[in-house]
Design a protein around this ligand. Sequence first.
Ligand code: ZN
Ligand code: ZN
Ligand code: FE
Length: 763
Amino acid sequence: MANDLAGVRLEINGIVQGVGFRPFIYQLANHHGLKGEVANTTSGVSLLLEGPLDSIKRFIDQLPEKKPPLAHIVEISQSARTARGYETFSIVKSKAATSKSTLISPDVMVCEDCLMEMRDPKDRRFGYPFINCTNCGPRYTIIGDIPYDRPKTSMRKFTLCPLCQAEYDDPENRRFHAQPNACPVCGPHVSLCDGRGSPIETIDPIAETAKRIKQGRIVAVKGLGGFHLAVDAANEEAVKRLRQRKHREEKPFALMCKDMDHVKKIAQANTAEKGLLTSIQRPIVLLRKREPSPIAEDVSPRNRYFGVMLPYTPLHHLLLDHEFAALVMTSANLSEEPIAIDNNEAFQRLTDIADDFLVHNRDILLRSDDSIVRHSAGQMRPIRRSRGYVPIPVFLADDLPPVLACGAELKSTICLTRGKQAFVSQHIGDLENLATDAFFRLTVNHLKRILDIEPEMIACDLHPDYMSTRYAQEQTEVPRTAVQHHHAHIAACMAENKSKGPVIGLAFDGTGLGPDNTIWGGEVLVTDYHAFTRAAHLSVTPMPGSASAIKEPWRMAVSHLKKIFGDSFQCRSLPFLDTLDRPQVEHLGKMIDKNINCPETSSLGRLFDAVASMIGLRNRVAFEGQAAMELEMIVDDAESGRYDFSWKDGNTREIVTDPIVAGVVHDLENGVSAAVVSARFHNTLICLFDKLCCDLRKSTGIGRVAMSGGVFQNHRLLTGLGEALQKSGFDVIAHRLVPTNDGGISLGQAVVAAKKLTMGLLE
Ligand code: ZN
Ligand code: ZN
Ligand code: FE
């Protein structure tokens, strides 16, 4: 039998430390009757296995599928070893040689085992809101530095009691080396405070919080990555008050439901959506509303969708045990400021919003908003990538030098690269105020530290006035390169799909500066990582009032009408014209004639705005993309008609928008419904870009299309255009890992800059 005895050494890289990986290996080895040992190394985990070759093979086969939920295996390398004759399998108590290149786990929802203990009256952690184990709990948000050990986390101020310490030290315990391990004796606690931050006397702060929410009060609840504002979602008056106090007019509020049964009462969820809701990342999932429902109208006004999530911390579970149809759980901030994380900061910043505060004494070291996803065109599509997903890297096809990419301006993220890994940060927010600026800088420094990456180059947007660009300009010790916005969008899409160039890139969004100093946003680019050419774009239209035209879509509507009909557009019988202020329209006409503050744009997002306004959806928006979103919401799915389109040939084709807009006007003047006009507009774009890509394939031979940019959050366009292109024989790629909006820009900047650096193409 001796010739049956084989020896193998496995090196496993990825997220394999601090996630219960060694106890798992120990159990799996024993299960297969294998001997040997396992230890942490500087880059992951190393193990020696001895036993029959068949058993070793089965062990290796089962490794990826049976791994602990938080583990993420990137690479397993295998080499043969002469068997040494181990008699047992053991965990070598290396003093956690945690390397700086070891991956850090994201924060993950509380696991079933912990929930069962929490609900067991005989368990020492009965009703304890901070229960966790190696398979669950906080990670990313409590890490201050590496290596990932308790003294480097915000758990350092809690000394483990003997019982918790014994669990922590026992390789066979499911809390072995669980850094946030805690219990009611030694761990963090919750307390309830009034609107000014003074403690409220109560024996059960969570039950008292639930009672107050039921009374219609707004309670700021400290969670994993920041504070939420919690309100009873069925209470019209309370939801209205939250909107007023938060200065958030119409953006939908996220909901948290106790379980899937509660979700189904307010929204529709298919199997894929249910899978997303119950995944360990526990994102907010966009779901079609069920109507009627007990949820207040103001939660998500003029929208067919709710953003819904399930509880992910023990504290959420305890709170939702108090029977709510759903809770509004919205980030605790004033509009567009970063989410509050510190108790005193929360008392100060939220004093005018929250009636009460449910706080705890475990510090949040890095804020992280809830992630938002949607199931669209057969895939999960991230809209905001934060808690649960970050800091798992995007794995790339090629090794890259270390680069810091600073992102764009709205929905900002940053990206750091290391080898084949690109670390895209959590959602930072819109870089338009000092608070977000500070959070941006903090995130850059924090991530450089915990990922141990010293960038050799900095990438930023072409736009000189973005705060992120200015930050990049301040960093004078390494070379800097500016990456065009839409090139970055397409490169991000290529990178996450591990796609080689060149591709035909459809980059559709609201705003991005072009090298010709006009505002781009309806771009067809032939793209490689290091360079691109502009193969086609929408014809340009003045944006009267510049940034004001983004907030007031009626300005884009008037601009298009004037371009087509001249000043006689005012005589058209379009109902929306009657909703406008005539002197303002006159003034706008003069601005366009004299070219005062009227930058030209080829943006598709602005064309959506113009059409939405003409249809009569809205003349002003409370957030970017709102009008376009509402245009999608009203689509008549049964309509298959479309408008005329054409383009002017040349090296850079110009897609003429006038026939499309004229078609919309003609329909509206003839009383065609808004739902049909919206459908025809969408159908036109799908047909147009399908035909254009076919035309480009003839001249370039490129058969792959990458779709990126914020406009592709539009489900109708993403699905319709994707299907049309596939039918035409294209290989189509879109985003699945990072957002298609500007949250994905930093990834694209990073790969473009890195490619230029390695190819010696820097100016
Ligand atoms: Zn657990
Ligand atoms: Zn304890
Ligand atoms: Fe963009």
